[in-house]
Write a protein that binds this ligand. Structure first.
Ligand SMILES: Cc1cc2nc3c(=O)[nH]c(=O)nc-3n(C[C@H](O)[C@H](O)[C@H](O)COP(=O)(O)OP(=O)(O)OC[C@H]3O[C@@H](n4cnc5c(N)ncnc54)[C@H](O)[C@@H]3O)c2cc1C
Ligand SMILES: NC(=O)c1ccc[n+]([C@@H]2O[C@H](COP(=O)([O-])OP(=O)(O)OC[C@H]3O[C@@H](n4cnc5c(N)ncnc54)[C@H](O)[C@@H]3O)[C@@H](O)[C@H]2O)c1
Length: 473
């Protein structure tokens, strides 16, 4: 409990995933913790990110099945109701009440730093020993000459539209473009993706290719290596001109070109916190900023923008801050794109440099669960070193994100394919893909000349022993 004007041990800026986890961690250790949120606790993940997008994807997958079976499409308003219901179910966990119950004082308002150890929220001053900045990010918008502002959507505003746009152009080819593009196409929108480079460039090229053909089979038009140069209004919406000279008509344009860190108004310069060229707060591996008493986590830093990372990094930052520990964050970062098929990856993949390492692949045509479900589009691919240590991998297919947990543990703990091969996996599951790949790698190593000689010697010895002991009986 914080008495008014008492100095707090940890002042947390932002009530998204990073802020909530950081504040709960600090309060759990008994630190006097205050969390300041300018809008609503829960942040991007709950209100405009993971929760609505995954609910939308699930509704869209059901819609696709229903349309195939009955020719009917669901009402978009019903899908929106379902999204709201999911948010409302999860909201209490992230609420001010839940934070207060965990011992965190919650203050509503926009925080500004005044000087080291002093911040202000709506004219009221607060003193702090240390602070954790978890102010997140906002969608980037590319200004297209001639495009009316009211036609532009972002991942923050797309949830408020009254009806499904008939013709939607999405700018970008990352996770948001793929997930929302597929879902909205499955719900009946005519979707086009205009991508400056290519779809999911950071993933295994074969994985990106499978997502591309799946999106195309859902009716999404994919224009890679192109940009929109200008727009003009039409009676129904807009006509967008592409660099290649062609035009494309749209009712709405969704910007999915990444997110910018939200630091405006914080006055971080007053407390000596450095930003990088992209405006992200610079941290070390302990999540400490250039001011040793100020910590940062989540989308406001230059780390990959994932909820799981925001939470884990904030918990490390809070523990280091209030207990004086020296914990470092792990470099092992799992990621999942929740399209159909899902793309899940961790550590080294073939998209990254993997020269000198072995690649072991299993097509899901050889995974019995995938065969049984008639969903064999996908693969499991491991990157291993010469001694069989798992360095990373990619899984493409249904529930790939669930099977990735095992690979993540293997990479984080430096396990080998022998460790995975020697672990009994339940049958028939998609994790058979990981198991089969590991077994394949172990068999491959067993067939090397050196191992072959060792095995021959063992066999020879065993035969001799059996023959001799057999004679004695
Ligand atoms: C469409 C979409 C889908 C996504 N899907 C996934 C997914 O499936 N899996 C996944 O891992 N990640 C996903 N993400 C990413 C994930 O949502 C973010 O990485 C995560 O929410 C970041 O959390 P955060 O706490 O850093 O920031 P935020 O959630 O943005 O929270 C920051 C908070 O700080 C507050 N704030 C800012 N400045 C101040 C100030 N001066 N004073 C007081 N309060 C302030 C803001 O109001 C906000 O509530 C998705 C993102 C989007 C957009
Ligand atoms: N499943 C998930 O974990 C998930 C889902 C959605 C979003 N997110 C996170 O949210 C963040 C934002 O997602 P996103 O898809 O907007 O970003 P992203 O960084 O994944 O993709 C941005 C895309 O926009 C393109 N681009 C950038 N500038 C452009 C420009 N001026 N014109 C045209 N194209 C341009 C890039 O080449 C890239 O294809 C990401 O960091 C992502 O990790 C995660």
């Amino acid at each position: 409990m914080i008495v008014k004007h008492q100095k707090v041990d940890l002042l947390v800026v932002g009530g998204g995933t990073a802020g909530i986890v950081g504040a709960m961690t600090a309060a759990g250790f008994g630190a006097r913790t205050m969390l300041v949120e300018q809008s609503r606790t829960g942040g991007d993940c709950l209100w405009t990110g993971c929760v609505p997008s995954k609910t939308l994807l699930s509704a869209a997958a059901h819609a696709a099945t229903i349309r195939t079976l009955t020719g009917q499409s669901p009402q978009f308003a019903d899908v929106q109701k379902r999204i709201l219901a999911a948010i409302k179910t999860i909201e209490p966990v992230d609420s001010p009440q839940a934070l207060e119950a965990a011992g965190v004082a919650v203050v509503k308002g926009a925080l500004t730093f005044l000087a080291p150890g002093v911040a202000e929220v709506d004219g009221e001053r607060h003193s702090f020993r240390q602070a954790l900045v978890a102010s997140g990010g906002t969608p980037r918008i590319n200004v297209i000459p001639g495009l009316a502002e009211n036609l532009v959507l972002t991942s923050e505003t797309v949830w408020e539209i009254e009806r499904l746009p008939e013709r939607l152009v999405i700018v970008g080819g990352g996770r948001i473009a793929c997930e929302l593009g597929q879902a909205l196409a499955r719900l009946g929108a005519e979707v086009s993706l205009v991508i400056r480079s290519c779809l999911l460039p950071q993933e295994d090229p074969e994985a990106a290719m499978l997502v591309k053909s799946s999106l195309e089979s859902d009716g999404v038009k994919i224009l890679e290596g192109d940009v929109i140069t200008s727009a003009e209004s039409t009676p129904r919406g807009t006509r967008l001109r592409l660099m290649n000279g062609k035009t494309i008509e749209a009712d709405k344009v969704l910007m999915a070109i990444g997110r910018s860190p939200r630091t405006g108004g914080l006055h971080l310069e007053r407390v000596g916190v450095d930003l990088d060229a992209g405006g992200h707060i610079v941290t070390d591996a302990r999540m400490r900023t250039s001011n040793p008493l100020i910590w940062a986590a989540g989308d406001v830093t230059a780390n990959p923008q994932f909820t799981h990372l925001a939470g884990v990094h904030a918990s490390v930052a809070a523990a280091n801050a209030v207990l004086g520990l020296q914990r470092r964050v792990s470099e092992t970062v799992p990621r999942v794109t929740f399209t159909s098929p899902e793309v899940a990856a961790v550590g080294l993949t073939t998209a990254a440099k993997s020269s000198g390492h072995r690649i072991v692949s299993v097509s899901h045509a050889h995974v019995d669960r995938a065969v049984a479900e008639d969903d064999t589009t996908g693969f499991t691919r491991l990157v291993v070193n010469s001694r069989g240590k798992v360095l990373g991998g990619t899984i493409v297919g249904p529930r790939a994100g669930e099977a990735l947990a095992e690979l993540t543990l293997a990479v984080q703990k430096g396990l080998s394919t022998s460790d995975i091969a020697g672990t009994t996996h339940p049958y028939p599951t998609y994790s058979d893909g990981v198991w089969n790949a590991a077994v394949m790698d172990v068999r491959g190593r067993l067939s090397s000349p050196v191992t072959g000689k060792a095995l021959s010697a063992l066999l020879w010895g065993r035969r001799r022993w059996l023959d001799i002991s057999g004679l004695r009986r």
